[in-house]
Design a protein around this ligand. Structure first.
Ligand code: FE2
Ligand code: FE2
Length: 283
């Protein structure tokens, strides 16, 4: 099984494609002196991303002060970081919004889970005044379960077996994944992000979101996403066969300074947060 996965990861044509434009935009925005014109030029190379930027920029979620007709206008009105967030959002949607039957989740639910973890990650970063940019937290949350998409897409039958096994044994989902596949969805996901040349922060989040204490370089960011993911699972947003044994890591609480009271505040606001995301889900 592990060999099959290694082969799959070598054959890049079989993997879901991530637009080059996304990788280039991520590189460009790392330069603080990047110009709006250069960014707009790069984005315009991908018509579907361009279209969804204009659509999402005009959505109630981003609340632009005036109608936006071009990528330039979007960059000028919403700012470079927000547009970067939208670029990743629209590119990830194509990749993430797949039917995930193997995980007992309809694709819509998986997408909602990714969106809510993204939104909560951004909120935690701001709420606790952490030294992590909101858009980085958002993007990390959005992509954390990318490995699940790959596994279910290629091995749906194997996942059926795993599901049966989980009913009878008391172990964590990632352990069973490792037993059957040789890898868990965190390892697969981080391998894929490396192939796509995504920044190191994002691969580390994908690698350790179930075990934040293993994070070496970016423990705060990984902890943020771990907490956001746990909140989503406990609330039944994208509850899957791996959800039942998810525990909240004390390490993550300590890294982020989150308290029980903070968690309560988030739980109270969850219905309205979910409502505000409905528009992004269909957008
Ligand atoms: Fe996960
Ligand atoms: Fe998750």
């Amino acid at each position: 099984m592990k060999d099959q996965i290694d082969l799959l990861l070598k054959d890049l044509t079989k993997l879901p494609q991530m637009s080059n434009v996304v990788v280039n935009v991520l590189k460009l925005v790392q330069d603080p002196g990047v110009s709006i014109n250069d960014l707009a030029l790069e984005i315009s190379k991908d018509p579907s991303i361009t279209a969804s930027i204009i659509k999402l920029s005009n959505s109630a979620y981003y609340r632009a002060s005036k109608p936006i007709r071009t990528v330039q206008e979007s960059l000028m009105t919403l700012g470079i970081q927000t547009v970067k967030e939208i670029v990743l959002l629209s590119a990830s949607k194509t990749v993430l919004n797949k039917d995930l039957k193997g995980y007992q989740l309809e694709s819509e639910e998986m997408w909602m889970h990714s969106l809510i973890v993204a939104e909560l990650s951004g909120k935690i970063a701001i709420m606790k005044k952490l030294p992590i940019a909101k858009d980085l937290a958002f993007t990390s949350g959005l992509l954390h379960d990318i490995g699940k998409v790959i596994l279910t897409q290629f091995f749906p039958m194997k996942l059926f077996e795993i599901r049966e096994e989980l009913k009878n044994v008391n172990t964590t989902f990632t352990e069973i994944e490792r037993k059957h596949f040789g890898y868990d969805h965190q390892e697969i996901g981080s391998k894929v992000l490396k192939i796509w040349n995504f920044p190191e922060e994002l691969t580390e989040v994908v690698s350790y979101h179930h075990n934040p204490e293993k994070s070496e370089k970016y423990p705060v960011l990984v902890s943020i996403v771990h907490i956001a993911n746990t909140i989503a699972i406990v609330s039944g947003i994208g509850i899957d066969i791996g959800g039942i044994n998810q525990e909240l890591s004390p390490f993550a609480m300590e890294q982020t300074g989150m308290t029980d009271k903070d968690l309560e505040v988030i739980f109270t606001h969850l219905p309205e947060i979910q409502k505000s995301l409905n528009e992004l889900q269909t957008g």
